[in-house]
Design a protein around this ligand. Structure first.
Ligand SMILES: [Zn+2]
Length: 211
């Protein structure tokens, strides 16, 4: 890895925010330049309806985080345990984009990606390498899409070689989770969202209940 490389936070595909790279392009990019993780669905299908659109108020602490993560490549730091996997699931549902959480020492980083992937900046990868940092999890923006992409698996191979980390997780907007490594899925699960009840109530109000 290039020492001291000042990688920009964005992936360098500026110009068209809807531009999606396919897996091979992303993989090549990861090899030559920056590492990226991306979701399986690389289209513009719009199956995401944010909680806000459904009239469900999201928690203040999540709103606050999102206000600091407006653009692809933005990142914020927090203490250990901040940016929980269920919070990040909600954030993806709210925005329709990916997020990734990294932990290094006593610090966590939450990085905003876009619909097709998240770029882990080189300087953060260098920090991870020096201080045994981990890519804890990342979100995919489509319901039920918790399958690791080719780029996800290449990322895990890269991490195994550089930091020794072998496993990481994926979470979807509807709370499905996957633990995976460079070879694929290890196990699947779910996280419960505290918004489920609020969402149900909002839908009841919208559609007059019934059931
Ligand atoms: Zn992914």
């Amino acid at each position: 890895m290039a020492d001291g490389a000042k990688s920009g936070l964005a992936s360098g595909t500026s110009g068209s925010p809807q531009l999606t790279l396919d897996n091979d392009e992303l993989a090549a990019k990861a090899k030559e330049n920056e590492a990226a993780i991306n979701s399986t669905y690389l289209n513009d299908s719009n199956d995401i309806e944010s909680y806000s659109e459904r009239g469900v108020d999201i928690p203040e602490h999540i709103k606050e985080k999102l206000s600091q993560l407006q653009n692809k490549g933005d990142s914020i730091t927090g203490s250990i345990g901040e940016f929980s996997i269920s919070d990040v699931s909600i954030m993806s549902k709210e925005t329709g984009v990916e997020f990734a959480r990294v932990t290094i020492g006593g610090k966590t980083y939450l990085i905003r990606g876009d619909k097709g992937g998240t770029v882990i900046p080189n300087e953060l990868l260098d920090e991870m390498k020096m201080h045994s940092g981990t890519l804890d999890f990342h979100s995919h923006p489509h319901n039920d899409d918790c399958v690791p992409s080719k780029s996800d698996r290449l990322m895990m191979r890269k991490l195994r070689q550089t930091t020794g980390q072998r496993e990481s997780s994926i979470v979807t907007p509807n709370g499905r989770t996957t633990l995976f490594d460079e070879h694929g899925v290890i196990e699947t699960g779910t996280v419960s969202s505290t918004l489920d009840d609020a969402r149900r109530r909002a839908l009841m109000e919208l559609f007059g209940g019934g059931k």
